[in-house]
Design a protein around this ligand. Structure first.
Ligand SMILES: C[S@@+](CC[C@H](N)C(=O)[O-])C[C@H]1O[C@@H](n2cnc3c(N)ncnc32)[C@H](O)[C@@H]1O
Length: 231
């Protein structure tokens, strides 16, 4: 590990238990700017975002939405893949949207990235549907995550893909904490109607868990809808 990463790790070890973690929920002001700066540079954070984007298997013409995009690390990785599509990033922190904008300036200018400053619970978006959705270390911060995931399913095409990532950052987190987080995400996705779930782990300390799923394809949706229509 290089010196910069060691320093960032030490800052987090000191800062996290002293209230720093709150700044990762809703970064504001100068301290929020530091939180975003760390998220944009900490190697484990960058690695888990790039890994999640790779797992999402984004195609050149895909339209992808990321909720809780923070400083825009995954947005940048998504934009290098969706080169003829669109990447939309959503975050309730003005500081994060500003950093994400800076990190993705060229793609925004080219009309391939759009950033929206809003809480996910108030997201209203007209130009759906999307092919894929991503959320990294943010679902646990949303009010009523099942309701949010239901809304997200409606933004996706039939068969659309989703990836939810969790790398627990609480002090003392272990591989067991990551496995429990993965189970929780899988439960939320199942409740929200996503199918064909699979979990991948990235060997970080602690591991990052990514739960992937699909919205029912159009044919399945019809099969599910029919009995309800008759009853
Ligand atoms: C721990 S950070 C992760 C950021 C980014 N996904 C990453 O991995 O680098 C959580 C992000 O979710 C955002 N967030 C939390 N709750 C939110 C909500 N209800 N609506 C929109 N964004 C939210 C925060 O502002 C923050 O940028």
């Amino acid at each position: 590990m290089d010196i910069k990463q060691r320093v960032l790790g030490r800052i987090m070890q000191w800062w996290g238990p002293r209230g720093g973690l709150a700044q990762f929920h809703h970064p504001t002001g100068a301290v929020g700017h530091v939180a975003g700066w760390i998220m944009g540079r900490r190697s484990s954070n960058v690695a888990r975002n790039r890994w999640a984007v790779q797992l999402l298997d984004v195609q050149p013409t895909d339209r992808v939405i990321e909720l809780g995009c923070g400083p825009g690390v995954a947005i940048a990785a998504l934009a290098t893949r969706a080169i003829r599509g669109l990447v939309v990033g959503v975050d309730h922190s003005q500081v994060m949207i500003r950093q994400a904008r800076r990190r993705n300036r060229a793609a925004i200018r080219a009309g391939r990235v759009r950033l929206i400053h809003t809480p996910v619970e108030r997201l209203s978006i007209s130009d759906r549907p999307f092919n894929a959705a991503l959320a990294v270390n943010t679902v646990g911060m949303w009010p009523d995550p099942t309701a949010r995931l239901h809304e997200l399913a409606r933004l996706l095409r039939p068969g659309g893909r989703i990836a939810l990532v969790s790398q627990p950052r609480c002090p003392g987190a272990t591989a067991a904490t990551s496995a429990a987080a993965a189970n929780e995400l899988a439960g939320l996705l199942t409740e929200a109607g996503f199918e064909h779930l699979r979990t991948e782990m990235l060997e970080l300390d602690p591991p990052a868990a990514c739960v992937l799923g699909h919205v029912a394809p159009a044919d399945d949706a019809e099969l599910v809808a029919r009995p309800t229509a008759r009853s």
